[in-house]
Design a binder for this molecule. Sequence first.
Ligand code: NAP
Length: 524
Amino acid sequence: MKLKSYISGAWQEGGGQAAKLINPATEEVLAESSTHGIDFAAALEHARGVGGPALRRLTFAERAVCLQAMYDALYGHREELIELSIRNGGNTRNDAKFDVDGASATLLAYAAYGGQLGEQTILLDGEPDQLGRTPRYAGRHILTPLRGAAVHINAYNFPAWGFAEKAAVAVLAGMPVISKPATSTALLAHRIMEILLDAGAVPEGALSFIAGSAGDLLDHLGPQDVLAFTGSGDTAARLRRIDAHTRASARINVEADSLNAALLGPDVAVGSETWQMMIREITTDVRQKAGQKCTAIRRVLVPPARIEECVGALEAQLASITVGDPAHADVRMGPLVNAAQRDDVRAGVAAIGAEAARVCGDPEPTGLTGVEDGRGFFVTPFLFRCEDAAAAEAIHAREVFGPAVTVMGYDAVEDAVALCARGGGALVSSVYSDDRAFARDMLVALAPYHGRLTLGGEKVAGISPGPGTVMPAMVHGGPGRAGGGEELGGLRGLSFYLQRTAVQGYRPLIEKFFPSTTEDQQQD
Ligand code: NAP
């Protein structure tokens, strides 16, 4: 099967040498893709000239109908999408559902936001302000969609959710999308795009799709285009150097890597509900998608007196995880996505192993469920114990994008904050405590280094989805090494695609042109 790109209103096949998409458990080749020879300048023109105007003609409520149609179409093909995710992503069925259902839930959430915004085509920000001494002169801020295209480049680990969390927001804001998944797992995103286009869920030009390399696409970006990127810090650094950004100020949002932490409060007793919650959430983050999750807990900070029990409890959980071909129902952790990622994880755990004792984890496992020895890109879950957290370097600087976590001790509260901060800025960290004063202090102290914080405790032990789950209502992104970006967060996410403009003039006119409520608008 040769994957095609949907560009300029047609499915197009690239020429030349093709990249191979494989099943990472069996190494079977599933598909090929190439974008060689595709005219990306024309792709941008089509999105800007056809998709943009079509979307901007719609009210927010009408765009919400598009998002609902996208949701309906995907939900109708849920089983097929899960199956593809298992085969091309190395996901267990539960991991596949996490991605596919996460995509659907995000589309649905933004359909609801659109419904709330109703029959408007632009947004207002704040109330009118009197400017100067006379009340006749006033100003207010309006938000209108940019006139370019929104280019979305996604990481390999969430081909469905990664697409939806960006596309839902851009479509609702009124910007056409050109979506590029990572090549290695593009099969799922490709099928999603086929389903959406066949369903006619959005106007022509609102969704375009690149199956493979982005070619020279970014060379053609202009000042009204935006680039939302998710992936490694190294690729992000390259993309930040494109002319459209450095010279024409085209916006770039970066969601990069992260050394998320879990922090146990001194008040938490071993075996308590809060303790068990922490052990459960760490275990999930190591196992789920074989740790290939940007939000996964990588570092666990506990009071020194709790290290022994914490390591023991995690070892019991992690060492018992059944690793193998995720097509088998009893397998709970699948492979890494390809040989390059497996090699990177092997190098990463070797670096951490130089600073911490390896409690469990095998970089070259054999005898896995349903796997021919030597086939596929497997490792087993790694647990490390670090005796000197302050002296460690790699643990706080190297993201091992796989099933690995390190437990270490902290002495004073300030030490814990300082250790978390050595991650250089993170997407999310979690605090586990039922001591309200400690919990609040930690949340406030950690906030400058994080885009999101979760507070675990006995009141939420049974209901929290854990720090690894990104919710559409909450911002996703983080400072520093996490990329400095921000996505989702309900309506906050729309501002990336909208220009905020201060409009000043004769107050009655400003109020007439930009009335505060739709009711005022209708009376006019
Ligand atoms: P990656 O190698 O940086 O690739 C990410 C995307 O960038 C892929 O679609 C890739 O396309 C594309 N790309 C690479 N070079 C490019 C270039 N010069 N021009 C245009 N596009 C280019 O990252 P990955 O291996 O897919 O993902 C793993 C990383 O992503 C991890 O570090 C993880 O922490 C991070 N991540 C972060 C988040 C978050 O929300 N913060 C979420 C998920 C993953 P090709 O595949 O075609 O090369």
